[in-house]
Design a protein around this ligand. Structure first.
Ligand code: FEO
Ligand code: CA
Ligand code: CA
Length: 726
């Protein structure tokens, strides 16, 4: 919404790293010189020498189930139309049920949620802004089960909370306090709304519900004790008053995308954590202008930066003081203040969803940045694991971690999930992606042994832990490719290819091959520019998880269906397929469907955010296209044009929401999805007038008390009991 800050949509990468386009310009100039002419406005060339010639894209695959009377046609449902209605719309024959919303009690100590701003005790309730989510099955006896189809645990990220100024206005009676200092009681509610839920869900008389008094239910907040694990543990960069030996950090924060490890644990990405911290106006000098200043700036905290909620103003208690990231103490190592506190945020964290007594472990070997999801490459016995990740900020990078340990099938269901995590995630190599114009690319290792990193002029790295804590700076040093805000990634189980949503980039002024669009689009009277609608990139490793080389193309370009087909709607999306700002993306392990979810502000004059089902082919199944933007031509590779049988809109959400989080029961017959921040466009001044809320969901769908909108998890089933997406 216009008056809200999009905390994703901020860029801190002002390094002069070559945009991919600059390489391209040189190449195009040479090509035009050879041709002796400038390319015509738009030329479309069939095929590509560097990509495989034919695709595996299938038109309406038919899967026969041994126990089913009739063949199942994936994407056999009727497409859902675009909509501005304040409801969840799913195809005919499907039912969506709200099962777990902001404020729902998780145990007997919290009462029913009144939803009028009087509720407190959010440590014992569902948090806010449900985001990434994974399902972990249970058998009827409550034991972990890979075939738990009617009972299980949902591990859910609670990314943030809806604020216009400082206060999270829907959870305070009068909208809360927007001046400093803020009341401690308000801050205590807001900190408890962040973090992670683990909640038991079950099918009861054919209907999904959450289990209010389950012994599995758990809340982790941004104040819970967490363990640092891997190379950064104990490093000088993470010593704080809370943990003078640098082994711990208080809480996990702004948890966005998720993942599931091959051994069956939950992983969660810490995304826009930096905005929660403040720094004093003269903190650069207080730090002696040491190298930490460059680090803080690169991660978005200039001196004098105000915090998102003013949580540092709650009083002298450490749980408030820790949000002030200034150097305040006299120590040389930071063990008497919170000058290093931000170095404990920005990781992939791992949890044992079945054991609420165990601390989360921050897997520092995977690097520190604005994490989204973590997608594991296909496992092979004796081969290392690969974990693919994006850094969601404008012009940030795509990363890959390759484990030192090689995979053993005996670890698929281990007795100790977190010890197995120690084995695979605490030692390995971190790489960043560099894309080339010809459809190829390479993974560059972020190692202190790399001369470009060891000798980087803008930041003097002390050791490998420093490289991991300041992964953005190390990636700058090696000339990684700046991307259009990498959000989720997921691995296609059919062929191991890795899909990355690049949600949009208002700062994309110079297009390049993997980020090839920069155009203008009107939303009402306001002009939007850059890569307005986002796209989905995919990568094919040359030779497995440890590969240093890959090829790439663009699976889909987001666009409105009537946009210029030669420059914007390059995937020829129809009215049943058009979307903007892809964000959540995950492949179903049951059906192979690629679920795509949007977090959009560009096309929301026409439709609320949505979810689509895709049946993609493979890298190289489309064609090379040359786009003409002004004087410069840009070559890119667009995947095979989707048909009505390979891409279809499945769901549209209520007003002002984002669709995010996708997980399923092992049989693929229940899909769980999160509706994040419905009604976030409401002006906080209208808190007393529900008629002025932009959304009243899910109260208007009959769920719970009150009219204040709430983020919530829904369960989607087929009325005939079939698999979702068929
Ligand atoms: Fe939390 Fe980048 O979305
Ligand atoms: Ca996201
Ligand atoms: Ca987002």
């Amino acid at each position: 919404m216009e008056h809200k800050i999009d905390h994703d949509d901020i860029g801190y990468n002002d390094t002069p790293n070559e945009h991919f386009s600059e390489i391209l310009d040189q190449r195009i100039s040479r090509r035009n010189l050879l041709r002796g002419s400038v390319a015509s406005a738009i030329s479309v060339m069939m095929g590509s020498a560097t990509l495989s010639a034919c695709g595996g894209g299938s038109d309406g695959p038919v899967v026969t189930k041994p126990d089913a009377p009739a063949p199942e046609k994936l994407l056999g449902f009727t497409a859902v139309g675009k909509s501005l209605a304040d409801v969840v719309t799913v195809p005919a024959g499907y039912t969506a049920t709200v099962i777990y919303a902001l404020g729902d009690p998780l145990n007997a100590s919290a009462g029913a949620f009144k939803n009028d701003g009087s509720d407190a005790d959010f440590d014992n309730r569902a948090g806010d802004h449900h985001d990434g989510m994974e399902f972990f099955g249970l058998d009827s006896a409550g034991k972990p089960s890979a075939s738990g189809n009617e009972r299980g645990l949902l591990a859910i990220n609670h990314e943030a909370t809806t604020n216009e100024k400082l206060a999270s206005f829907f959870i305070h009676a009068n909208g809360g306090t927007n001046t400093l200092p803020r009341p401690a009681a308000e801050i205590d509610r807001e900190t408890a709304l962040h973090g992670i839920s683990v909640v038991e869900v079950r099918k009861n008389a054919g209907k999904w519900e959450y289990v209010k008094d389950s012994a599995f239910n758990r809340r982790v907040t941004c104040l819970s004790d967490c363990d640092l694990s891997g190379p950064v543990k104990g490093n000088a960069l993470v010593k704080t008053r809370y943990s003078p030996d640098g082994s711990k950090i208080r809480g996990t924060l702004n948890n966005c995308g998720t993942g599931r490890t091959p051994w069956g644990s939950f992983v969660s990405g810490e995304e826009n954590w930096s905005g929660y911290f403040t720094r004093g106006a003269a903190d650069d000098a207080a730090r002696g202008n040491d190298k930490s200043v460059a680090s803080l700036k690169r991660y978005g905290r200039n001196q004098g930066a105000a915090s998102r909620h003013g949580w540092e103003s709650g009083g002298a208690d450490d749980k408030y003081a820790r949000w002030n990231n200034s150097r305040l103490g006299a120590s040389l190592d930071g063990s008497d203040d919170y000058r290093n506190e931000m170095n404990g945020m920005g990781y992939i964290v791992e949890a044992d969803p079945y054991n609420k007594t165990r601390n989360l472990r921050k897997r520092t070997a995977l690097g520190r940045y604005a994490h989204e999801s973590a997608a594991f490459g296909k496992t092979a016995a004796g081969q290392p694991l690969a974990v693919y990740m994006g850094d969601d900020s404008r012009n940030e990078y795509i990363y890959k971690f390759v484990s030192t340990a090689t995979w053993s099938d005996s670890d698929a269901a281990p007795a100790d999930l977190l010890a197995t995590g120690d084995k695979y995630l605490d030692a390995g190599k971190l790489f960043v992606a560099k894309f080339a114009a010809d459809g190829s690319g390479s993974w560059i290792e972020l190692s202190i042994g790399n001369a470009a990193i060891a000798g980087y002029a803008n930041y003097k790295f002390a050791d490998q832990a420093d490289v991991l804590v300041n992964a953005r700076l190390a990636a700058d040093a090696v000339g990684a490719t700046k991307m259009d805000r990498p959000e989720w990634c997921s691995v296609n189980p059919a062929n191991g290819e890795v899909y990355f949503t690049l949600t949009n980039n208002s700062a994309r002024t110079v297009p390049d091959g993997p980020n090839p669009r920069s155009y203008e689009d009107m939303k009402g009277a306001s002009k939007q520019s850059g890569n307005v609608n986002g796209h989905i990139l995919r990568v094919k490793e040359k030779d497995g998880n440890a590969s240093a080389a890959f090829t790439w193309d663009v699976y889909l370009f987001g666009a409105q269906s009537d946009a210029n087909p030669g420059l914007v709607n390059l995937s020829s999306l129809t009215a049943d397929q058009d979307f903007s700002s892809p964000d959540g993306l995950a492949f179903s392990r049951a059906t192979g469907i690629c679920w795509i979810q949007t977090d959009d502000g560009a096309y929301t004059d026409v439709t609320n955010c949505m979810m689509l089902a895709g049946l993609p082919g493979q890298v190289g199944d489309g064609k090379k296209v040359t786009l003409a933007y002004g004087a410069a031509n840009v070559d890119t590779f667009v995947g095979k044009t989707p048909t009505a049988d390979t891409l279809k809109r499945f769901l549209v959400g209520p007003v002002d929401c984002e669709l995010t989080g996708i997980t399923e029961t092992p049989d693929g017959k229940t899909l769980f999805v999160n509706i994040q921040h419905p009604g976030e466009g409401t002006a906080s001044a209208n808190i007393a007038d529900p008629g002025k809320y932009t959304s009243q969901w899910p109260g208007n769908a009959g769920y719970g008390a009150g009219k204040r909108p709430r983020s919530a998890t829904i369960a989607i089933t087929r009325n005939d009991g079939g698999r979702i997406g068929s």
